[in-house]
Design a protein around this ligand. Sequence first.
Ligand code: BDP
Length: 717
Amino acid sequence: MTSLRFVFLFLLTSFSALAQKDYKLWLQYSTVANASISKEYKDNLKGIVVLGNSETIKITQKELKTGFLEMLENVPEIKSELKGENNLIIGSRSNLNSEIRKELQSDFDKINDEGFLIKTISFKNKKQIIIAGKTDVAVLYGVFNFLRLMQTNKSIQNLHVADSPKTNIRILNHWDNLDRTVERGYAGFSLWNWQKLPDFIDQRYIDYARANASIGINGTVLTNVNANALILMPQYLEKVEALANVFRPYGIKVYLTARFSAPIEIGKLRTADPKDPEVINWWKNKAAEIYQRIPDFGGFLVKANSEGQPGPQNYGRDHVDGANMLADAVAPFKGIVMWRAFVYSEHDANDRAKQAYAEFQPYDGKFIENVIVQVKNGAIDFQPREPFHPLFGAMPKTPLMMEFQITQEYLGFSTHLVFLPKLFQEVLESDTYQKGKGSTVAKVIDGTLYQNKLTGIAGVSNIGNDLNWTGHPFAQANWYGFGRLAWNPYLDSETIADEWLRCTFSNDEHFIKPVKKMMIDSREAVVNYMTPLGLHHIMDTGHHYGPGPWVSDLSRPEWNPTYYHKADKNGIGFDRSKSGTNAVSQYAPEMAKVFNNLETCPEKDLLWFHHVSWDYKLKNGKTLWNGLALKYQEGVNQVAEMQKVWNKAEKYVDIERFNEVKMLLEMQQKEAKWWRDACLLYFQQFSGKELPSGVEKPTETLEYFKSLKFPFAPGNG
Ligand code: BDP
C-alpha cells in the first residue's frame, strides 16, 4: 500500500513538473549546464541592488530571484543600497544615484521611454552591472532581456546593450467572444473568464502578462473585432478594469473593440450616425466613463462596414467620419483608435484584392492624429503567402499599423508546425518602392519612412486556455516571434528561432541546429503543400480547414475558392496584371512593373498575379502543371523531413512535449498528403495531364475528398 502511494505521489509530482514545462512557455529558466558560464554569472553577481519600490520593480525583483534560483541555484544577496562590487543594479533613471545617472547620460540619450540599458560599469573603481531605463517598465524589459542572456548561456563580460522598441503599440488582438469562444481560435476557450471576473483573478492573467512583458508586448485588445456592444456596459467594464489592474505593472494597456452601433444597442439612441450630436456625445460620455475606471485605457479597435459589421456607411458617412468621431472621444485621455482597413464588399464587382486600397488610399491625410489605420499584411486574408498589401507606403500622411495573424486560420490550425516569423519577416522586408528603393514595409511600420509619430504592430492572438496556451508547443514560438518582431521589425527570424529554442528547450547545439532549420523551412513547406506558386484562398469553406478548391456555390463570389484560382482548361491563376484586373497598378511603378510581367514576376507569386497556361515553362524548365504537382509533393516531403528531425530530438526534450510534437507532426504529414491529393486531383480535371514522375499517386478519389465535412471545426462561431 505504502509503495503504491509512493508511486502515485511520484507520478503526480512528475506529471505536474512536466505539465508545467508546456505551460512555462519560453520562460523555462533551466539550470545553466555550461559550467564556465554558470561560474561567470556567479562570480560577477554577488548582490542585487534593487532601487525603487513600485509594483513593477517588485516584479523585476521576483523575476530575478526565480531566474537565479532556477538557473544558477543560488540567489545573490538582495540589497537596497549599493555596497561592495560585483552587484547587479536595477532601477529607473530617477532612482539611480546622481553620479551613476550622470555617467550613463549619453546611454540614456540613446533610448526612448521603453528602452533599456544593460551595462558593465566601473563605479568608484568597482565593477558593477546595471540594468536601467527611463521608466520602471523599461527596467522590467531590461531584466527579462538579461535573464534571456542567462537562459541562452551568453557571456556577460563587458555588457553594453542599449535597446529600444521601434514601434509604440505592440499589441495582441484577441478575437475572443463574451461567451468565451474564440473566433479562429484553436487553443481552447478564451482566457477571460467573464463570469468570475472581477472578483476572481485567475493566476493565468498574471502569467499571461508576464509572458507578454518578457517579449515587450505592451497592449492587448481583449475582445473580438466582430464586436459585441455589451462589453461597453458597466457590468463588463468593471471586469475589464480588473484585468487592466493585473496587466498594468507589466506595462500592458487594455483596449477594447467598439461596435459601431453600440449607441443604438446599449445607448437606446435611434441612430449611430457619426455626425449626429447625440451619438457624438454618447461616445464622449462612454469614453469618460471608461477612463474613470481605467485611466490608462489604450483606446478602441474598430472593424466597420466589413463583413456585415455596422459602420459609418450605414448612415451615408465614410471611414474618416467614423474613425475621427471615435478618436475625438478618446483624445482628451490620450487614447487612440485603430481603424481596420480590412474591407471588401459583395456589391463591388472589383477584384477583392483591390478593394481596401481603392477605398482607403484616397483618405490619406484625412484622419486626425490619434487614428492609426490597421492593415493586414496582404490584400486578401492571412494566406500562407501573399505579396505585401499595396497600402503600405501608399499613405504617406497616415500612420499605418501592421496586422499579422498569429493564430493559424489558414495554416493548419494548431495542428501544423509552421514558424510564422519567417512569413512576417518576408512581409516586413518587402520593398514597396513608394519612396524609392529601400522603402520597406518595416520602415512604413516603424514610422521612419514618413516620420509618423504613432506606430504599431498587431497580432491576432493564438492564445487560449489550453494547458500549453497555443495548442501546438511550437505555436508558442509564433507568439514569441511576433513580440520580438513588434519590438524590432528588422530582426532575423533565424535569430528568433534560435533564442526561442534555447529558452524553451535546450542550449545543446546538436538539438538547436537541426530543429532551427526545421522551423525555418516549415513556412515554405506549408506553402508548398497548400498553396504553391501564388495560389491562395483554396481552403474549405467557413472553417478554412483542409482543401476545398472545388467550392463554388457560396452566395458571395469572393468567398468561393474558384474565384481565386480560376482554373480552366487553359490554365490557372488570377490575372491581376494590366490585362486583367490591374491590381498591379496599386503598387509603386517599380513593383507594378515587376509583378505585371510574367517573366519578372517572382514565381512564388505567379498565380497571384497571372493566369498561366498549364504548359507555361517555369524557370526550372518544367511545365506549370508538372512544377505545381512537384511543389505539392515537395511540401509533403518536407514534412517527412521535419518528422525525421524531430524523432532525433528525443533525447534533448522532455517526453511529454516530445510526444505532443511527434503526434502533431504525424497529423501534419497526413494532412499535407490530403492537401496534395485533393488539390492535384481537382486541378487535373482542367489540365488533363498525368502526374509527373516523383509525385505519389493519390490514395483516395476526388469524390472522397469532396465528401469530407467538418461541422464542428473549431474557431468558426
Ligand atoms: C477573416 C476571418 C474572420 C474575421 C475577419 C476579419 O475569417 O473570422 O472576422 O477575417 O479579420 O480572416 O475581420
